[in-house]
Design a protein around this ligand. Structure first.
Ligand SMILES: Cc1cc2nc3c(=O)[nH]c(=O)nc-3n(C[C@H](O)[C@H](O)[C@H](O)COP(=O)(O)OP(=O)(O)OC[C@H]3O[C@@H](n4cnc5c(N)ncnc54)[C@H](O)[C@@H]3O)c2cc1C
Length: 265
């Protein structure tokens, strides 16, 4: 690990000021991705700005017809929240399938989506619900937020403050987990929203993506049978030691059927 200065601001304003004044600084949330990166000397920030003491970044509340989840809220709090289970149970299920209890106690929603690991679960929930990412500067629609492998629309000095999830009429999430890490080899989030059906796929490609062919098929027939009529092109999908692109294409259809079944209850 290289040397860095550590800061623990008590407010969002103070965190934003630290980031502005120190262009080589990095935000620290749960640290589950950032700290191993530092230990391996793959990053050399001048400063770490720890978000852990900023109360306004944490918590889950009902807002309008939906849920707003603070960026520094750990996955475990989403998993066990009665409010989430009542309003958007598919999100509680998604959060409960992340890693293990230790990971869910430290890893945060904001850290997960800022990192945008291709196999992370939250990007599927955020895009699947058509959520809005709130930052210290603006609101970013989910469809514009995730821009590529480990890339997002965030500016270097921009802090995610919360994510607002409109409540879908029904939704379901199914994933095929890596047996070691529990990251998604393939995960599919299906939601019927006020603006139509949305299907978001994680783990299969370099970045979360929407499966528009299935969205159209589900608009006509919201049952697992809709999956049979679509093709998933393996050409754009990931291939690694865990799964070939063809196998991932197959898993997308299997997970989509399971997610639809869950959405139907
Ligand atoms: C063993 C293990 C298993 C895991 N399994 C899964 C899994 O099954 N599914 C899954 O989805 N994930 C999994 N994860 C990832 C984990 O759940 C975290 O979501 C992830 O590590 C990032 O969240 P964090 O809070 O730890 O962020 P950190 O590591 O602290 O930060 C990650 C990045 O996000 C930036 N950042 C953090 N917060 C903000 C913010 N509010 N605004 C802007 N930028 C910010 C940081 O600067 C950094 O660049 C696993 C991790 C481990 C170690």
């Amino acid at each position: 690990m290289y040397a860095f200065d550590y800061h623990r601001p008590q407010s969002l304003d103070e965190a934003a000021r630290l980031l502005r004044e120190r262009p080589e600084a990095k935000l620290l949330a749960g640290g589950h991705t950032l700290l191993p990166t530092l230990k391996q000397r793959l990053a050399q920030p001048s400063d770490l700005v720890d978000l852990g003491a900023i109360a306004e970044l944490r918590g889950i509340r009902e807002e309008g017809n939906g849920l707003t989840i603070g960026a520094a809220t750990p996955h475990g709090e989403v998993e066990t929240s009665e409010l989430v289970r009542r309003l958007i149970p598919a999100l509680a299920e998604l959060a409960g399938e992340i890693g293990d209890p230790q990971v869910r106690n430290r890893g945060t929603l904001g850290g997960s989506i800022a990192n945008n690991d291709p196999a992370a679960d939250w990007p599927a929930g955020v895009v699947g619900c058509g959520a809005v990412v709130r930052t210290t500067r603006r609101e970013i629609a989910a469809d514009d937020f995730f821009t590529g492998m480990c890339e997002t629309a965030l500016e270097p000095d921009e802090i995610i403050t919360a994510v607002h999830f409109p409540r879908p009429k029904r939704a379901g999430y199914a994933k095929f987990p890596n047996p070691a890490s529990r990251y998604a080899v393939v995960g599919v989030f299906v939601a019927e929203t006020d603006d139509g059906v949305r299907v978001a796929v994680t783990g299969a490609g370099p970045c979360v993506f929407r499966l528009t062919a299935l969205e159209q098929a589900l608009t006509a027939d919201f049952t697992p049978n809709a999956v049979d009529g679509i093709e998933v092109d393996a050409a754009e999908l990931n291939a690694d030691i865990h799964a070939s692109a063809d196998y991932r294409a197959h898993l997308v259809k299997v997970m989509a059927k399971r997610a639809i079944q869950k959405a139907l209850g």
